[in-house]
Design a protein around this ligand. Structure first.
Ligand SMILES: Nc1nc2c(ncn2[C@@H]2O[C@H](COP(=O)(O)OP(=O)(O)OP(=O)(O)O)[C@@H](O)[C@H]2O)c(=O)[nH]1
Ligand SMILES: [Mg+2]
Length: 217
């Protein structure tokens, strides 16, 4: 067996899986949509956020993790999420759904406003424990993703790459996309050294991601 850099995250052991299941089956509520940095809730608890290109599946992933279909608004129109949406996860943490970057079906001025906010958030949130950067398994890491990853490097925010929509590619296509992703990640010091493969549609990787979030240091 070769020891690849950026291996796939291992499946959690049974007790850890159960911890994750329990946390995400418990109370999860929409707290607020934030449109400016001064609207962020007090940073008195740990939070994780979901970043990625428009339409990559951020909101869908939050719905899959929490088992609540309509919690985060997902849609086929890129640019659906236009605010930083906060969800409480139990009593101790927040899940944060971010607006997408890259193409969006919205006026330029509006997009610029939320891109600026997104960058401010990603570089200046003390209680942000980990950013999950979602990458469409069909497309791999694009230049706009690298831009965000570089910003996270500079801000020393650990980010973990999550490949989404893994149900949309064949098993035989996984190695090629993983090779591309690993090559790109090797240039980013803030990249967490494990990749998660997910399908919000089929459930692949969801228990693993729950366990990761639940046991974050
Ligand atoms: N097949 C498949 N489709 C998915 C998956 N995840 C999301 N989608 C679809 O992809 C589209 C976009 O999903 P969203 O969750 O709204 O994406 P988003 O990243 O939140 O998009 P913005 O808020 O616009 O940035 C929707 O049509 C989803 O149903 C997945 O795992 N598999
Ligand atoms: Mg969204």
């Amino acid at each position: 067996m070769t020891n690849l850099p950026f291996p796939l995250a291992e499946e959690p052991d049974e007790p850890t899986r159960e911890l994750g299941r329990k946390l995400f089956a418990g109370p999860v509520d929409f707290l607020k949509g934030v449109v400016a940095m001064d609207g962020l809730p007090p940073d008195d608890r740990a939070e994780v956020c979901f970043a990625g290109r428009s339409n990559v599946g951020k909101s869908s992933l939050i719905n899959a993790l929490t088992g609540r279909k309509g919690l985060a608004r997902a849609s086929n129109t890129p640019g659906r999420t236009q605010e930083i949406n906060y969800f409480t996860l139990g009593e101790q943490s927040y899940l944060v759904d971010l607006p997408g970057y890259g193409f969006a079906n919205a006026p330029v001025a509006v997009v610029e406003k939320w891109q600026r906010l997104l960058k401010q958030y990603l570089s200046g949130r003390a209680s942000l424990r980990r950013a999950f950067v979602l990458v469409d398994a069909r497309h791999g890491i694009k230049p706009v993703d690298e831009e965000i990853m570089t910003l996270l490097d500079r801000s020393a925010v650990t980010f973990q790459t999550v490949l989404t929509k893994i149900d949309k590619i064949k098993l035989s296509e996984r190695d090629a996309v993983l090779a591309q992703v690993r090559e790109k990640l090797s240039k980013h010091p803030a990249a967490y050294p494990e990749i998660v493969l997910t399908s919000s549609e089929k459930g692949e990787g969801i228990a693993t991601l729950r366990a990761i979030i639940t046991t974050l240091p």
